[in-house]
Design a protein around this ligand. Sequence first.
Ligand code: HEM
Length: 154
Amino acid sequence: MTIDIDLIKSSGKAVQDLGVQVAQHFYDTMFSHYPEVRKMFPGDMSEQRVRLFHSVILIASNIDNTDMLVPYLKELGVGHIRYDTRPEHYPIVGKSLLLTLKHFLGPAWTTAMAESWIEAYNLASTICIQAAAEAMAPERYVPLVLDDVPPVTQ
Ligand code: HEM
């Protein structure tokens, strides 16, 4: 399976034209199918909707620009440590995203397009998850030693 760059870009553009209602639908889908993740997000989702919308469009429109995309995804993955995002959360976001694209693209949503998005999402999530794992690697811990504690002078 390969990523059809033109299909990802054209569907990304279609999503961009539909506006932020796409992100609204994405979160409605995710929170109704996976209510367990609702508590990870703020009560007021208005800003988060816009951020996610722009992020998905940025990824889709730069799908062939690995020089830009890989560092962006690594930073995104590391940034998600602070939200306690775990590897098992990524398929939840991915399934909700694909259901949302399918909903909005209607007849334009083909098997080839679905396969391309699946491949692209799996790749993007892997980069995010690996970067987060590297940022949290136990070997980055420098053990404390006695010299870290200044001697008591009396
Ligand atoms: C490739 C998939 C994902 C993309 C493109 C994405 C995108 C974003 C962006 C752009 C932001 C705001 C900027 C930032 O803080 O980095 C954000 C925040 C956030 N994301 Fe993700 N995300 C993804 C996966 C996930 C997953 C799997 C979860 C866990 C369910 C998650 C949970 C959150 C939370 C809780 C916030 C903070 C919301 C807030 O406090 O305002 N994200 N995400």
